[in-house]
Design a protein. Structure first.
Length: 827
């Protein structure tokens, strides 16, 4: 009997009655403390208490969870399998208390026990199983799917170590392992009985099966994929969906014979080898590293997920030709694309379907989301490596490509250039599989993540495919969950919104439109400003306690938080800051004349990305000089709290006045931080890039600080030959700022420390920082002027909130459902 059917009887008789009163909650909590943690309240540690509290909340959700698993199984209607190598979840306790509406009861119950709930909340180490935007998007999407009661399951990898913990040593990034499991993870449920075997290596052979020739794969080694289930509770709807993350273990624990002979390391070799697969998240963002282990990770989790779905979620005797009516596998970028040949392999080699029938099914079961525009970020796997690790899959990819190119020939004749350009196999510099092409050929739909991105994807990245597959390409603009990023992160603003527009906006974010009318209400503006001020105080306390950093009082909070990438142009922000400082330091500008600003950075650099790490070093160096220079009179502060993560985002974003979204036009696929800031009433200074375009259109030009070249202007400048030195020569402010960095002013007089950063800008500047500098400074002056009129600023901020309901991830989910998935109405 399958695992899900086995839960049926349990679901009918929940073992643990939901603790929905304060007394009940206290009782459950103490039970958990005593009998699960094995300690008395009086002798319990904070960690014991956190775990017992988490278990209490978990138990409350359990009956619903089991019931929903059963209901999803029994319904057998079309559902979504979201395949993502990353889920950047953020803290679970907060979110689960909010979703289950237990926050009030839990707080009271804890105070009955003499415990401060907020302290316990603070203990949780967030599961950082993602790098940045892509992973956080997946987390927002599963939240929305649960809240909208859409039958769905998220599949991914349970990394033992998530994104590294960042520290600064002399201002330079150092990476520490993220031991998020060290104190126990109360939110996960291992299911070793539902483990899948995932195979690698070996060779293939043909054999006769009656009249038909078939292929079988004889793998060389395999590992076990053990699923860990995580609850994904919907918001106040009593639904609980499942996130299923796979952990790798050896098929044989260890070799007792070798162990007894005394070679302990050799005895556990297989175990170590296998568990390496899910050991650590690759900390690269946007530039794939062609690492064998990464390909192993990708195949590992999708092979386990596809089998899991086929084995456990389909009714007995399911007719596989109907699979596209039963499931859609949504590919979160190319990381899970190896699922395409895997499904083909299972259908043809294991289930015995004809190739053509299997291909028909497969093409109906996948859809692909692209998250990038950088050509170097389009994943390719060398044929050599893929053939060694997955020989059967390589054969399948070859055949898919052959048949696809034959179709291309039918349409265009022997246009060899076109055929080479469209081939799934690249020939140079080495033979490699273009995973984005494979996903595009196989996917029923291909989408970008913001309007501009989807258009550039069609016109610039995959134009031949867009022409060949009319109707396949579409857009779904990203969104963010208002539960975590508004309701949870900004309780003050949330109350204000509820007072103004009534309850229910958390699941119907278009209702924020009701705030429009309040923008002209002076009383509301005052209350709104008061909330922002309180959020700044909260942030002030947090950064002081967390990092010993001092936020300026009554400062404009100017925030740039996101991965460190040259294309995102943290350097442009640095040049602005240095330029302001240079004015004061040179005596040309009186400190009293500058708008008091605290600049907050948050950014991790991929450990192997040298330039990004230099920029982090520079930001810290600039901060220590400016923050300590008495001539500045404390009017400029540059703060860079280390280890920016979801938890810190929840504190920083609600306190921000100005949101920095300053990527070079045509490089940022969407951005999602930009949406979070606008929803929390920060004004954006930004380029015409990614979802900024849509934010600006919605909030209105007058409530957005636009600057910089447009994407066509960027293209035009490139094609005529971009010479950054000319911009340096032509702009005195720019020259002074760059010269100050080059002089060693931020490196104790040592001119060599930041020389690579300066030369890179002067002689290369791929992301055209210098070309956009003057415009950026102009826009920042507009910010200063606008901020001087607080009342007008608050009005604009309120309008940002009122007009950003579109950016709820619930709307993104509706767009996927209507345009791509075609799943039936919710459960
Ligand atoms: O995906 C990001 C884009 O850069 C953002 O513009 C977009 O808003 C977000 C969600 O659609 N991409 C991203 O975060 N990529 C990765 O994290 C990544 C991780 C590993 C890898 C390649 C890319 N090998």
């Amino acid at each position: 009997m399958s695992e899900i059917r086995a839960t049926h009887t349990l679901a009918l008789a929940p073992v643990i009655p939901p603790a929905s009163t304060v007394d009940g909650f206290v009782q459950e909590f103490l039970n958990n403390l005593n009998f699960r943690q094995g300690v008395a309240l009086s002798s319990s540690s904070q960690n014991d208490r956190y775990l017992a509290l988490a278990q209490t909340v978990r138990d409350y959700l359990m009956a619903r969870w089991l019931e929903d698993q059963r209901a999803q199984f029994e319904r057998q209607s079309k559902g979504v399998c979201y395949l993502s190598a990353e889920y950047l979840l953020g803290r679970q306790l907060d979110n689960n208390l909010l979703a289950s509406d237990l926050g009030g009861i839990a707080a009271e119950a804890m105070s009955v026990c003499g415990i401060d709930l907020d302290e316990l909340r603070g203990l949780e180490v967030e599961p950082g199983l993602g790098n940045g935007g892509l992973g956080r998007l997946a987390a927002c999407f599963v939240d929305s799917l649960a809240t909208m009661s859409v039958p769905s399951i998220g599949y991914g990898i349970r990394y033992e170590y998530g994104i590294f913990r960042q520290t600064f040593v002399d201002g330079q990034q150092a990476e520490q392992p993220d031991q998020w499991l060290a104190l126990g993870s109360p939110w996960e449920f291992p299911h070793p009985e539902a483990a899948q075997i995932v195979s690698f290596g070996g060779h293939t052979e043909r054999y006769q099966d009656g009249d038909v020739e078939r292929t079988r794969w004889i793998p060389a080694w395999n590992v076990q994929a053990v699923p860990y289930n995580y609850m994904v509770p919907g918001y106040h709807n009593g639904r609980v969906n499942t996130l299923r993350l796979w952990s790798a273990v050896a098929t044989h624990a260890f070799d007792l014979r070798i162990f007894n002979s005394g070679d302990y390391a050799e005895a556990v070799r297989a175990q170590t080898f296998a568990s390496n697969i899910s050991k650590v998240l690759y900390p690269e963002d946007s530039t794939p590293q062609g690492k064998e282990l990464r390909l192993q990770q990708q195949y590992f989790f999708v092979a386990a997920s596809v089998s899991d779905f086929l084995d456990h979620h389909l009714a007995d005797g399911f007719d596989l030709t109907k699979l596209p009516d039963r499931v859609i596998f949504q590919l979160n970028d190319t990381h899970p694309v190896i699922a395409v040949p895997e499904l083909m392999r299972v259908l043809v080699d294991v289930r015995g379907l004809e190739w053509d029938a299997a291909w028909e099914i497969t093409r109906g079961c996948f859809a692909y989301t692209c998250h990038t525009l950088l050509p170097e970020a389009l994943e390719e796997w060398s044929v050599d490596l893929l053939g060694r690790l997955l020989p059967r899959h390589l054969e399948i990819i070859y055949r898919i490509n052959e048949e696809f190119l034959a179709e291309v020939r039918e349409t265009y004749g022997d246009d060899e250039l076109r055929i080479r350009n469209m081939s799934i196999i690249a020939e140079h510099p080495e033979r490699a599989i273009r995973m984005a092409y494979l996903a595009t050929v196989a996917g029923a739909k291909v989408n970008g993540v913001a309007e501009l991105h989807s258009q550039l994807l069609r016109d610039k990245v995959l134009p031949d495919f867009a022409a060949f597959f009319p109707g396949k390409f579409t857009n779904v603009t990203n969104g963010v969950t208002p539960r975590r990023f508004l309701r949870l992160a900004n309780p003050g603003l949330s109350s204000l919104i509820t007072e103004a527009v009534g309850p229910g906006w958390e699941t119907d974010l278009d209702r924020l439109q009701g705030l429009e009318a309040y923008a002209d209400d002076a009383g509301f503006r005052t209350a709104f400003a008061e909330v922002k001020a309180q959020n700044k105080v909260r942030l002030r306390h947090e950064l002081l306690a967390r990092d010993g950093l001092v936020v300026g009082e009554d400062h404009l909070m100017d925030v740039m938080v996101k991965r460190l990438h040259e294309y995102k142009r943290q350097m442009l922000k640095v040049l602005h800051i240095v330029s302001l400082y240079e004015g004061i330091a040179s005596g040309r500008v009186a400190a009293a004349e500058v708008t008091p600003r605290t600049f907050i950075f948050g950014a991790k650099a991929a450990p192997g990305y040298a330039m990004a790490k230099r920029i982090i070093h520079l930001i810290n160096a600039v901060g220590s000089v400016i923050n300590d220079d008495p001539r500045v009179e404390g009017r400029l502060k540059v703060l860079f709290p280390p280890n920016y993560n979801v938890t810190l985002a929840e504190r920083v974003i609600p306190a921000a006045d100005l949101s920095e979204q300053i990527s070079l036009a045509g490089k940022e696929a969407s951005g999602t931080g930009n949406m979070k800031f606008a929803l929390n009433g920060a004004l954006t200074i930004g380029t015409d890039d990614g979802a900024n375009v849509e934010i600006r259109r919605l909030v209105g030009d007058e409530n957005f600080f636009l600057f910089g070249m447009t994407e066509p202007e960027v293209e035009a400048l490139w094609s005529t030959g971009y010479r950054p030195g000319e911009f340096y020569q032509a702009d005195e402010d720019l020259r002074r700022a760059l010269d100050l960095i080059a002089s060693g002013a931020f490196s104790g007089g040592d001119r060599s420390t930041f020389e690579p950063v300066v030369s890179n800008l002067l002689y290369d500047d791929r992301f055209m920082v210098l070309a956009d500098f003057a415009e950026y400074i102009r826009a920042q002056r507009e910010v200063d002027a606008a901020y001087a009129d607080q009342d007008a600023w608050n009005r604009a901020a309120i309008l940002n909130v009122a007009r950003c309901g579109f950016f709820s991830s619930d709307r993104s989910m509706r767009d996927y459902i209507n345009g791509i998935w075609h799943t039936p109405p919710a459960l």
